[in-house]
Design a protein around this ligand. Structure first.
Ligand code: GTB
Length: 215
C-alpha cells in the first residue's frame, strides 16, 4: 500500500531538515519503506481537505490506505511498531524505547519550543530579553540530565531505536542556538545519529525540495 506523507511546499528553514516531516522520512528510511510526499502550502494546510486528516492544520501527516495519522510521535510509533528495526522485540526493552519517545516530545521538546517561540514569535516583546536566560537554563537542566543518562553509551537504551530517532530530531531543533555544543556527549550523540545512512537519505530528500539554490 502506498504511504503518502505531507510536508511544507517551502519550509521556512530553507532545507535545514528542522521541519517535522524529516523525522517521519527518517523512520521510513530506517525500516526501508518507500513513500510519496504531497507538498502543501501554509494556506492549503488550513483548508477542509487537509483539516480532515490533520485537525490542527499542520504537517506532517501520514496516509496509508484508509489510515490517516497526524502527530509525529504517533506516526513514528506506527512505523516502528509495524516494521523491524526501530523497536526491540523484548517486551521490557520495547517499553523503555517507547518511554524515550515520550520523553523526547513530552520532557525535552517543550522547553526547546519555548525558546523557539520566544526568539521567533515573541522577539519584539518587552519581556523576551528577561525571559530568554530562564528558558535557556531550563533547557540546560534537561540537557545535563540527558547527558548524564547517556554517559558513554552510543544510544539511550541499548541499540538505536525510535526513542533515539525522536530524541535526536528534537535536539536538532537546538542547533541554531549553539547550546548542544555545551554538552559534548549530546553533540556526539546527535552527530552519530545524523551519520546514519537513513538520516542522510531523509535529509537529502527534504533538501531536494527546499534547497534555496534550487528556488
Ligand atoms: N506536535 C506536532 C507533531 O509533532 O506532528 C507538531 C506539528 C507541527 O508543529 N507542524 C508544523 C506546522 O505545520 C511544521 S514542523 N506548522 C504550520 C502551522 O502550524 O500553521 C515545525 C517547524 C516549522 C518550521 C521550522 N523551521 O523553519 O525551522 C521548524 C519546525
Amino acid at each position: 500500500m502506498t504511504i503518502t506523507i505531507t510536508a511544507f511546499e517551502k519550509s521556512p528553514d530553507g532545507g535545514k531538515g528542522l521541519a517535522r516531516d524529516t523525522r517521519v522520512r527518517w523512520a521510513l528510511e530506517e525500516v526501508g519503506e518507500a513513500y510519496e510526499v504531497r507538498l502543501v502550502s501554509f494556506s492549503a494546510m488550513k483548508e477542509p481537505a487537509h483539516l480532515a486528516i490533520h485537525p490542527f492544520g499542520q504537517i506532517p501527516t501520514y496516509e496509508e490506505g484508509d489510515l490517516a495519522l497526524f502527530e509525529t510521535g504517533a506516526i513514528v510509533f506506527h512505523i516502528a511498531n509495524r516494521h523491524a528495526g526501530l523497536l526491540p522485540d523484548n517486551t521490557n526493552a520495547r517499553a523503555r524505547a517507547i518511554t524515550w519517545m515520550f520523553a523526547a516530545v513530552n520532557t525535552i521538546e517543550p522547553p526547546i519550543l519555548e525558546l523557539v517561540t520566544a526568539r521567533i514569535l515573541e522577539g519584539d516583546k518587552p519581556w523576551t530579553q528577561e525571559r530568554l536566560p530562564l528558558i535557556r537554563d531550563r533547557i540546560r537542566n534537561r540537557l545535563e540530565q540527558l547527558s548524564v543518562h547517556l554517559g558513554g553509551d552510543d544510544w539511550l537504551d541499548g541499540p538505536f531505536s525510535a526513542g533515539d530517532l525522536m530524541m535526536v530530531s528534537v535536539l536538532l531543533r537546538l542547533r541554531p542556538s549553539g547550546m548542544l555544543e555545551e554538552f559534548p556527549k549530546l553533540a556526539a550523540y546527535v552527530a552519530r545519529a545524523e551519520a546514519r545512512p537513513a538520516y542522510q537519505r531523509a535529509f537529502a530528500a527534504q533538501l531536494a525540495i527546499n534547497d534555496p539554490a534550487r528556488q
